[in-house]
Design a protein around this ligand. Structure first.
Ligand code: GDP
Length: 139
């Protein structure tokens, strides 16, 4: 059964540019409920663990360096059909290919500094959410 939760991060580029509030506002106005949220700094070690699935990709080193270059906002979101609807809301990985009005179209700078993360499956949403939040931090 499809779950109704997804996991997101506002990435360092968007936080540094002051877009956190606008992005969270757009997420809530699109019908997602905040289940958990925190503002934190990912060490290179933690960023490497989070993106371990990409460790063989040529961009892994840059990705880890970027994700630990400044604070991020991590959140768990709830909505019917959360994974698919959230991927639609954020747009394509490469912001030049992201549809008009999507979060990456509005706020991302490049394919690596692409403003937000969104889980790609129920299984990963569960793994990623529990990477950051204990059961006591989810409401
Ligand atoms: P996502 O699910 O849309 O975030 O995309 P992926 O899971 O394929 O990639 C994870 C993250 O790695 C992306 O959000 C980008 O920040 C980064 N990334 C993906 N492809 C590239 C690339 O070709 N070059 C660089 N520098 N970063 C990339």
């Amino acid at each position: 059964m499809a779950s109704n939760r997804t996991f997101t991060m506002v990435k360092p580029d968007a936080v540094a540019a002051g877009h956190t509030g606008a992005i969270i506002d757009q997420i809530i106005k699109s019908g997602f409920k905040l289940v958990a949220m925190k503002y934190l700094f990912l060490s290179p070690e933690k960023a490497g663990q989070f993106y371990a699935v990409h460790s063989e990709r040529p961009f892994y080193k840059d990705l880890v360096a970027f994700m630990s270059s400044g604070p991020i906002v991590a959140a768990i979101l709830e909505k019917d059909n959360a994974i698919e609807d959230y991927r639609k809301l954020i747009g394509a990985t490469d912001p030049t290919k992201a549809e008009a009005g999507t979060i990456r179209n509005l706020f991302a700078k490049s394919i690596d500094a692409n403003a937000v993360h969104g889980s790609d499956s129920d299984e990963n949403a569960q793994i990623e959410g529990s990477f950051f939040f204990s059961a006591f931090e989810q409401f």
